[in-house]
Design a protein around this ligand. Structure first.
Ligand code: BG6
Ligand code: BG6
Ligand code: GLC
Ligand code: GLC
Length: 889
């Protein structure tokens, strides 16, 4: 029974291998050491609070507790508890009897404490191996120690307890957490020392738990953070791996136990077996005439006569020897002085071996923690409990000493759990309770973003009505969806040709392009482009500055392409609402999105561009067409697919154009043919017609924007605002203490931090939580894993609503097209562009599904515009140029 350090180091390595085996998906089923996930993910951080009940069943004593945790700056826990007996009939009876008994004791306790009417959450410490799939569930794998109630193994003990509690009409408490006693101990100690990340019990049984990296736990989804693992180290050796160190006495103990072949490591260590080990050794020695003159008293033959408390007393410093004598006398033995010394020696060897074995396994855990953290030295705290550890006079110091010798690179603090597992169980319950109530609050906040089918159908109907108002002479002046005629009267037919310049202003990027179009057999479009930045102070400076800057960029581009001398025709994609009287005239109705340059609204932007070119006096250009980006997109796609008669932008802003029958456009003369209408649907709702579905966050975003009260639909559906809505929700959640530890950082106060690309990244399914957290950290938001989950969920709710609303709007447009044509079924293509549509992982799918649902008679093909609006603008310019020259001729 004497184990050298070499043997202990070898055992330590063996246990390390066992842990890996227990954690692995494929190796776990045959692993002796089960390494059970506990679904406890964090150590108490002091934010826990409330009143809780705790049950503590499975150690030497059964206890019911009431724990009050207050968060008043300094940590404060008040506990009241009562012990109840666990009669043999109960722990060896059947499942119903056991749980009824537990429930009865709880009711009795609540009665005594006068808290029967209260609805308190319960934390259930149940000190046996349980397989958990969540915190409030645990299937008992097998009984250990002295428990053996029938019909409990392989059943969920939480539901059994709940069923038993249900029989008590006036008890309303519910079980929120099931924890092993090791976990309870770790959490109890963790409340006082945040470094505590291991819990060890050396009592009736023995076991340990520790915080493991999620990425190493194959049996639980997710890679982020840590989770406590209940090792159930008592079963170490059940697969035969400790046969070399087990002795004949260990085998005898096992055979006489209620679970032969099981918990072999525990049976060499824990309190339930230690006295018995000593007895068996003494018996053998007596039989061989080495003790008591070879006399074998009945007591020595009787199982259980020597208990762990006796072993502890015999090893007491100073009184040990006299205690030994007394104990032996009580057993009816008549020991000589020498007998007493020998018996004391046997006790020491047995209990020392116990401490040694525990130390080896604990050293393995500590090494694993150190390696997980990639540290040279680990500083950590181990929470300790159990009567053997607490009451044996030498045990603790021996254990500490051996551990320090086995893992010299770990600085370990052993912290005794003074108040048992109940306090820790209350902590776990407090966290579970907080998470449950947080969940409720978050769900409530996000509920306002969930639109019913009814809501969405109504949006479609209203949009449909607005489209009509905008087209009618009478209602047009007050229409919120402006339905601007574009003077683009047909889609490209492939005869377009020539060299054109193109500007593309108003989306995420400002671009200048050279577009070369060939017609006929070698029909092709070649494009050269350059992206330029428009600084914020120019976007929101004076109109002159803005246009001077644009011309400066054109000059750079011409220089760069070496075509400064050529007077090329130019198509100007200008992605803002313009009232047009011809293709080359466009009066800006009002800035939208992030632009707010002065002296532009009400002015012709083509004139402003011409004047800026004149001011620069370096080159000349022939501005032939001003084109909205939706129109440019429709034309770009129309060049490939003649069925494309709708252009959709879901990007920084949101808008749609489509080919309308001239006879329906009352504001333009003529009834023949078609003309493209730029709907400017972003203004939908500016008359309050969708206020029923706008949330307070939408209103906040609107109020903080450059154009309050305007573009209400756009503000619910486009990239520039979705991030802002998310930010407003996050601020609110933080105010409620549901995020970022309740701290609203400077970053979170910063407008515009969530650009579309971040939303898209955060919502990507391929992204692990850790990456979401990194994105948030890049943005300057210091988040925990839980925060990251919530942020992702918020983004999801906001973008989903956006896609649905956009889909409902588009359904109205395709339905209108169908009715215009007077057909039962319409087949149509929509050309689409915009970063939200292109980059967001779910937006386009939800949008398409919505259109299908709300416009079932339309077969809509979505065609992504790969080349941007610049190409379309060039095509329009080509057509306009051709028509112009025909006109001149
Ligand atoms: C107690 C804990 O302090 O220690 C119990 O509250 C635990 O949860 C027990 O089971 C372990 O020690 P023993 O000696 O009672 O088995
Ligand atoms: C681009 C077009 O591809 O998409 C622009 O060329 C358009 O004209 C833009 O404005 C819209 O998307 P975003 O996300 O850049 O606003
Ligand atoms: C037994 C149980 C284990 C418990 C330990 C200490 O080993 O199986 O769950 O933690 O005893 O009580
Ligand atoms: C804004 C503009 C509109 C543009 C859309 C997409 O809604 O007002 O003209 O088409 O953004 O860029």
């Amino acid at each position: 029974m004497r184990l050298s350090d070499d043997v202990l180091l070898d055992l330590m390595t063996r246990f390390q291998t066992e842990m890996v085996k227990g954690l692995g998906r494929d190796t776990n089923p045959t692993a002796a050491v089960k390494m059970l996930p506990t679904f406890v993910r964090s150590i108490p951080d002091g934010s826990e609070k409330g009143d809780f009940l705790a049950l503590d069943l499975g150690g030497s004593k059964f206890r019911v507790l009431k724990v009050k945790v207050s968060e008043d700056g300094k940590q404060n826990v008040q506990m009241e508890s009562q012990f109840y007996p666990t009669p043999k009939e109960i722990i060896h009876g059947n499942a119903t009897e056991l749980f009824d008994y537990v429930a009865d004791c709880l009711e009795d306790f609540m009665e005594n404490k006068n808290i029967k009417h209260k609805k308190l959450p319960i934390g259930f410490t149940f000190s046996f191996p349980c397989k958990q799939a969540k915190l409030d569930e645990g299937v008992l794998l097998s009984w250990t120690k002295h428990f053996k109630a029938r019909g409990v193994q392989e059943t969920d003990v939480v539901s059994s307890l709940r069923n038993a509690l249900r029989k008590h009409k006036d008890v309303h408490a519910d079980v929120l957490a099931l924890v092993n006693d090791t976990v309870g101990t770790m959490m109890t100690c963790g409340y006082d020392d945040q470094r505590c990340e291991v819990g060890v019990i050396i009592g009736t049984g023995t076991n340990a738990c520790y915080m493991e990296e999620m990425s190493h736990i194959d049996l639980v989804e997710g890679d982020e953070g840590r989770m406590c693992i209940n090792t159930e180290w008592g079963a170490f050796g059940d697969d035969g791996s400790l046969e070399d160190i087990r002795t004949e006495f260990d085998r005898e103990i096992d055979l006489g136990s209620i679970n032969p072949g099981k918990q072999l490591f525990e049976k060499m260590i824990s309190g339930l077996y230690l006295g018995e080990l000593v007895r068996l050794i003494l018996l053998k020695m007596a039989k061989e005439g080495l003790l008591f003159n070879g006399e074998i008293a009945t007591a020595l033959r009787t199982k259980g006569k020597i208990e762990t408390k006796h072993v502890a007393a015999m090893e007491k410093y100073k009184e040990g020897l006299s205690n030994t004598k007394e104990i032996l006398m009580e057993l009816g033995l008549f020991p000589s002085e020498e007998d007493c010394v020998a018996v004391q020696h046997v006790s020491t060897i047995v209990s020392f071996r116990s401490a040694n074995l525990c130390a080896a396994a604990l050293a393995a855990i500590l090494t694993r923690l150190r390696e997980n953290k990639k540290l040279m030295r680990l500083r950590t705290t181990v929470g300790m409990d159990g009567t053997l550890y607490k009451t044996h006079p030498q045990y603790a110091k021996r254990l500490h000493k051996v551990v320090r010798r086995l893992v010299p690179n770990c600085d370990v603090r052993f912290l005794l759990s003074e108040s048992g597992s109940g306090k820790g169980a209350a902590m776990v319950t407090a966290v579970a309770y907080r998470l449950a109530s947080q969940r409720k609050q978050i769900d409530e906040i996000l509920a306002s973003f969930k639109l019913s089918k009814e809501n969405l159908r109504e949006v479609k109907t209203k949009m449909r009505a607005e489209l009509e108002y905008g087209l009618k002479k009478e209602t047009q002046p007050n229409a919120t969806v402006k339905m601007l005629p574009t003077y683009v009267c047909g889609t490209p037919d492939g005869t377009e040709k020539g060299k054109f310049l193109s500007l593309d202003l108003g989306g995420t990027n400002f671009r200048v392009l050279l577009v070369k179009i060939r017609s006929g057999r070698r029909k092709s479009v070649r494009m050269y482009n350059k992206i330029f930045a428009i600084p914020l102070e120019i976007m929101q400076g004076t109109g002159e500055e803005l246009f001077d800057h644009i011309v400066q960029c054109i000059a750079d581009f011409l220089e760069y392409m070496g075509i400064k001398g050529a007077r090329l025709p130019l198509g100007f994609t200008f992605s803002f609402p313009c009232r047009q009287a011809s293709i080359d005239k466009g009066t800006l109705v009002g800035w939208t999105k992030g632009f707010k340059a002065t002296d532009c609204e009400g002015e012709d932007v083509v004139d402003m561009l011409r004047e800026a070119i004149k001011r620069r006096n370096e080159f000349d250009l022939d501005i032939v067409a001003v084109v909205n980006d939706t129109v440019g997109t429709m034309m770009t796609c129309g060049y490939e697919d003649p069925n494309c008669e709708i252009g959709l932008i879901a990007g920084t802003g949101s808008n749609v154009c489509y080919m309308e029958d001239m006879k329906n456009i009352e504001v333009v003369e003529g009834n023949e043919g078609k003309m493209c209408i730029n709907t400017e649907w972003g203004g939908f709702g500016d008359n309050g017609c969708i206020d029923n579905i706008r949330t307070k966050y939408d209103k906040e975003v609107d109020e903080g924007s450059l154009n309050p009260g305007k573009q209400r639909y756009e503000k619910m559906t486009s990239g520039m605002y979705l991030g802002e809505i998310v930010r407003q929700i996050l601020i609110d959640l933080t105010k409620h203490g549901l995020l970022f530890r309740g701290q609203i950082s400077e970053t979170l106060r910063t407008r515009g931090i969530f650009e579309t690309k971040f939303l898209s990244q955060i919502e990507s399914d391929r992204l692990a939580l850790l990456q979401v957290r990194r994105i948030l950290q890049q943005l300057g938001l210091d988040s925990t894993c839980d925060d990251s989950i919530i942020v992702k969920e918020v983004c999801g709710a906001v973008s989903r609503r956006a896609a649905q609303l956009c889909g409902a709007g588009l359904a109205a447009v395709v339905e209108k097209k169908r009715e215009n044509r007077g057909v039962e079924h319409l087949k149509i293509t929509v050309g689409v562009d915009g970063t939200l549509y292109k980059l967001h992982p779910h937006f386009s799918r939800i949008l398409r599904e919505m259109v299908k649902e709300l416009a079932p008679q339309c077969d809509v093909t979505f065609m992504l515009s790969e080349d941007g609006s610049g190409k379309g603008a060039a095509l329009i310019t080509a057509v306009a140029k051709r028509l112009h020259s025909i006109g001149e001729n």
